[in-house]
Write a protein that binds this ligand. Structure first.
Ligand SMILES: Cc1ncc(COP(=O)(O)O)c(C=O)c1O
Length: 342
């Protein structure tokens, strides 16, 4: 807030310059993920989804297939289609030993071999399941991408929100040709809740950088306030982020306890990153879109599972980045719907 206020007070609200943002991000990434990207290969852009579109236009041809791991953040579908490319779904599956979601590498392989995809829009960490793919899974992704000559576009906007005990692996940090050809999209917009200020970064591997560097500034220019806020967040916002992560961790546990006690028929795996809970409500008999019943009968708003692709039927996504009492109240309202008392 201080960094934004300073700009406004100075009347300095013109066009943006990257300033020290690439260096601030590289230092943050080094501190948090143990990998410092070269600031000379970081472009500062408008926001993550605009950057996804720009990367699709740069690295794929009209009509090309783009692999996504559904259920996935709904704008992935619309942005790929808007760019004139085809969505190729390789669903993630709850195959982990404890029911957590994992990348289905055979489905990814099929997507490239059978459906002729040329790019992989990876959601790392994954929205809505909150999964943080590990180095072995990402290494396998890189191996498949290399075999098919595909470009990996890794959306890492949720990475700062990785829970303690889990480790985010930047795709670009892998030792693989696919990583050197990859682009990763990052921003302070989720971790510090500033998406409206409009700023994100494209972290390009050495082989992707010449293409990214040729992107005209006008195409994805960030806002000067977004640049100031991102730089302040990545440079000075670490203890704020840690306090937020600790609070979210408490919410995650409170949500787990409340769901187990009040609506045990809902199945889910607590996320390893993000503040999102991907709830399997199929046992409640509320149809393909349980969020509609929760809203109409319980007056509690979740996001509709089917918006995340076909595997989202019968699911709903709950955002627990709020005060704990509201999380508990949300579960009370869902329980009332589930038990027919609402
Ligand atoms: C996976 C993912 N990517 C991108 C975004 C949006 O980022 P931006 O506002 O920078 O486009 C979100 C927002 O929820 C998201 O969850």
């Amino acid at each position: 807030v201080g960094a934004v206020r300073e700009r406004v007070d100075a009347g300095d609200t013109g066009y943006a310059h990257p300033g020290g943002l690439p260096e601030a991000y590289a230092a943050f990434s080094d501190e948090r993920y143990g990998w410092a990207p070269d600031p000379g290969r970081i472009a500062v852009v408008h926001d993550v989804m605009r950057a996804v579109e720009a990367m699709l236009l740069l690295f794929t041809e009209p009509g090309d297939g783009v692999v996504v791991n559904s259920p996935v953040y709904p704008p992935f579908f619309s942005t790929i289609r808007h760019a004139g490319r085809r969505v190729v779904e390789a669903p993630v599956q709850p195959t982990g030993s404890d029911g957590r979601y994992e990348l289905d590498l055979e489905a990814v392989e099929r997507a490239f071999a059978g459906d002729g995809a040329t790019a992989y829009l990876l959601c790392n960490p994954h929205n809505p399941t909150g999964r943080v793919p590990d180095a072995a899974e990402l290494g396998a992704v890189a191996e498949v991408a290399d075999r098919h000559g595909a470009t990996v576009i890794s959306d890492e906007v949720h990475a700062p929100l990785t829970a303690s005990g889990c480790r985010h692996v930047p795709f670009g940090s892998l030792d693989a040709p696919a990583a050197r050809r990859s682009v990763s999209l990052v921003s302070a917009s989720k971790g510090w809740n500033i998406p409206g200020l409009k700023c994100a970064l494209v972290v390009a591997g050495p082989d992707a950088w010449p293409t990214v560097a040729a992107l005209p500034d006008e195409v994805t220019e960030p806002s000067i306030l977004g640049v100031a806020a991102n730089e302040a967040a990545f440079r000075d916002g670490l203890s704020w982020l840690d306090d937020t992560l600790a609070y979210l961790d408490g919410n995650r546990r409170a949500l787990a306890d409340a769901l187990a006690a009040r609506v045990p028929a809902i199945r889910w795996h607590p996320p390893e990153a993000t503040y999102l809970a991907w709830l399997d409500c199929r046992a409640l008999g509320l149809g393909d879109d349980p969020s509609a019943a929760f809203l109409e009968r319980g007056r509690v708003a979740l996001v509709a599972g089917p918006d995340f692709g076909a595997p989202g039927a019968g699911f709903a996504r709950l955002n627990f980045a709020t005060s704990r009492s509201i999380v508990l109240e949300a579960v009370d309202r869902m329980a009332a719907v589930a038990t027919g008392q609402a």
